[in-house]
Design a protein around this ligand. Structure first.
Ligand code: 2HA
Ligand code: ZN
Length: 265
């Protein structure tokens, strides 16, 4: 970044641009759909603390004590993923959370206001930091087939969708062993959506926001993206079979059990 000379931080910006490109290419990022954040506190908290703010402070909907003093790369509100991919520094902000965890300021590179889903992103980072989990990246996106499946009430009961998606191809269970948790439809950008997502983060790899999108966390952003990508592949296999005119058999319970034992899932 221009305001902070830090190679590690630049690498995180590069990976945001890379993943933003994937989201756009997959058709998951219409207009400004989706958002990304990375906790970069360990990389640049001291440098970020020394910078004069470009904008803010903005009060957070709820104080976040575990990320007080932390800093985060976040995609900008209203910003298009295709331009995050091609011109990341103009479409990403580095924000710094105040020492009391109650507000944030924008510190680099430009005064880009963070994503409308900031309550979810920061609350999730706060939760992960509070319980000592290693994940630093959060991605939210709009995967077509997975969202379509949440429009069917039959798929919304606990773990029905997870089992169906696991049964489409062995890799899905292997790479997404905890599956998909489902949040009922909730207002985008709300603290309630953040809280309902956090409630499912221990139990599942990916959280689905009904009739809206998917959210995943990862130790790095590629890992978070891959989890949604793997589930999406299963959803596409299901859709493909249905559009060929049949209901896919799916792997049997015995085949899934064999996989579970073989890979220690
Ligand atoms: O950033 O995807 O959920 C736009 C959205 C809101
Ligand atoms: Zn969204």
């Amino acid at each position: 970044m221009k305001r902070i000379d830090n190679k590690e931080l630049d690498l995180r910006v590069e990976v945001i641009a890379e993943v933003a490109g994937y989201l756009w290419e997959r058709g998951w990022a219409e207009r400004n759909g989706g958002n990304i954040s990375i906790n970069v506190t360990e990389l640049c908290a001291a440098e970020a603390a020394a910078l004069p703010a470009l904008d803010g402070p903005y009060v957070l909907p709820k104080a976040l004590p575990h990320i007080a003093g932390g800093c985060f790369l976040v995609t900008g509100t209203g910003r298009r993923m295709r331009y995050v991919a091609s011109r990341p520094l103009e479409n990403i902000a580095l924000i710094r959370v105040a020492a009391d965890g109650a507000s944030y300021e924008i510190v680099a590179d430009e005064a880009v206001r963070p994503t409308s889903e900031l309550p979810a992103h920061l609350s999730i980072h706060d939760y992960l930091a509070g319980v000592g989990r290693p994940e630093r990246a959060v991605v939210h996106t709009h995967p077509i087939e997975l969202i379509a499946m949440t429009h069917n009430p039959a798929f919304l009961d606990k773990d029905v969708l997870t089992r169906l998606l696991w049964s489409m191809i062995p890799e899905t269970r292997a790479f997404c062993p905890k599956g998909l948790g489902i949040v009922p439809y909730t207002l985008p950008g709300s603290q309630l959506l953040a809280d309902r997502t956090i409630d499912l983060l221990d139990e599942y790899d990916v959280v689905m926001w009904t009739k809206h999108g998917a959210l995943a966390v990862g130790t790095d952003l590629i890992e978070a993206f891959d989890q949604i990508d793997v589930l999406s592949k299963s959803a596409r296999i299901y859709e493909s079979a249905r559009s060929m005119g049949f209901v896919p058999t799916g792997m049997s319970d015995a085949e899934m059990q064999e996989l579970k034992e073989a890979f220690g899932l």
